[in-house]
Design a protein around this ligand. Structure first.
Ligand SMILES: [Zn+2]
Length: 145
């Protein structure tokens, strides 16, 4: 899902939110879905301002089955999946914003070069962005430890 969306937008950054479930026993989050870009997002070659159209309703729906907002994803067209300093700042702001109710938001970045995609997965924890090793299961599910 993330890979396809990132490749489909070779000129501009694109992105959305991550929805998942917390597995408290094993201290991990399981990302179950990455949304498409909200229609009110603003995009540019090296920046992305995610909109919020439709997300409130989607999250309310998912909440009924124990699924929550767990973070953000966006693409870096023609670039590495390394988080930029503004990515770190944004994730820090989200972790401290009570509206998100997510103190450890996850960030997935899809760097694309031609037809190949490389992903980075990080989590904002206590003000620092920590990079994870990833294991992938299928197209949309991603488990992290
Ligand atoms: Zn970025």
């Amino acid at each position: 899902m993330i890979e396809q969306q990132a490749l489909a937008s070779p000129e501009n950054e694109t992105g959305g939110i991550l929805i998942g479930r917390y597995d408290y026993a094993n201290d991990r989050a399981v990302v179950l879905a990455a949304t498409q870009r909200p229609t009110d997002s603003e995009i540019g070659r090296t920046w992305f301002r995610r909109g919020s159209s439709g997300l409130k309703q989607l999250l309310r729906e998912r909440w009924k089955s124990g699924e929550y907002y767990v973070g953000e994803w966006h693409s870096h067209p023609g670039g590495s999946p390394e988080p930029s300093s503004s990515d770190v700042r944004e994730m820090r702001a989200i972790s401290r914003n009570p509206v998100y109710a997510c103190s450890k938001p996850i960030l997935i970045i899809a760097g694309t070069v031609g037809n190949s995609v490389s992903l980075s997965v990080s989590v904002m924890e206590a003000g620092l962005l920590v990079r994870f090793r990833t294991q992938r299961y299928g197209h949309t599910a991603m488990e992290m430890k």
